[in-house]
Design a protein around this ligand. Sequence first.
Ligand SMILES: Cc1ncc(COP(=O)(O)O)c(C=O)c1O
Length: 427
Amino acid sequence: MPTNAELWERRAKAVGRGVNTAHPVFAARAENAELWDVEGKRYIDFVGGIGTQNTGHRHPKVMKAIASQAANVLHTAYQVNAYESYIALAEKLNALAPIEGPAKTLLFTTGAEAVENAVKIARYATRRSAVISFTGAFHGRTFMGMALTGKVVPYKAGFGSMPGEVYRLPFPVESHGATGADALEALDWIFKTDIEPARVAAIIIEPVQGEGGFYVAPFDFLKRLRAICDQHGIMLIADEIQSGFARTGKFFAIEHSGVKPDLITTAKSLAGGMPLSGVVGRAAVMDAPEPGGLGGTYSGNPVACSAALAVIDVIKEERILDKSIELGDKLKKRLKEMSMRNDLPPMDDIRGLGAMVAFDIVKSRGRQDPDPDRTKKLMGEALSRGLILLTCGLYGNGVRILVPITVEPRVLDEGLNLLEDSLKAVA
Ligand SMILES: Cc1ncc(COP(=O)(O)O)c(C=O)c1O
């Protein structure tokens, strides 16, 4: 088998540089929260395919469902011949999603595609075109996804003008200077200075921002947004692509607030690593577009649907929602202990919901002065010790933890010890 260095060199020659690879380590095999590279080195995976592995790499039940579906039909294109697993998954998602009244589902392939389709559905249902999103938001790399995303470098810079009418509110993070009240005031200003509410199709929000830094939207703020959307006939879209599928201790993070959105986007851990995404929403809204207006050749692939049905069973049978809360408590406790130590670099703002946990590396204790250089060094030190980490946030100094919720306690402790050692190495 080629070495990591050889593959890295071939990658540079053969693959466009626009898709970044965080670590020069090539995966050969993975199991639950562990991963082995092409040289046989073992890693503990605190990233889990950026939140695609909430039920662990290659869960036996998911693997079995994939193998059994693959033995029969790989793909037909749902638009030509449908199959039961698509319908069964839609039924399950309709029952699980916090939608008021009857719900319907459509399946797609990537997260960005789910976002695009949620916006298309909202536009069709309201016959309006504007969308409001947030600073720090990440909604994907397609053109509408980019337009909705609230971070310029590397997602928008250089790609030309953005499509559609998109307006932006500050995401309420008090430590970044915006409270929920500030964000609502900004919304008032948008309605006064840019666009009347009657032309706004949707407000899209991540109930817990993912790429933006694992910030939890205040529940009162979500409730106010719901009321404003109701007042003006605006669709509230919850982008649950990173925060969903058991990560925060609920199937969908917005359930913690009691708010019921009109549309929910889901992807990532939905199918345990198979490419599958979906939009779940109020039946009347979902049925607005004409047949043929939505879809895609690979949308709702049967193998991915079978995997997703198995993932839902695993979440229920293995108490993954409870385990997510327990894991989150354990992560926060250990991180708090580390943050008290003077022999480790200053850690700040340990935060998150359930097992969606992050912290910042800052230059001085008790201050919010980001230290992206030290954070980058931490990634390297962790990797050399056998721990895979990933950053997040607008300032490059957030460290997010998306370890599979099914991680064995022994492996979790080992990973946290490696994190502690790596922090010490960059102190
Ligand atoms: C909240 C959110 N929305 C949309 C996306 C885009 O998903 P994908 O990369 O599958 O297109 C992501 C991916 O990280 C995400 O976290």
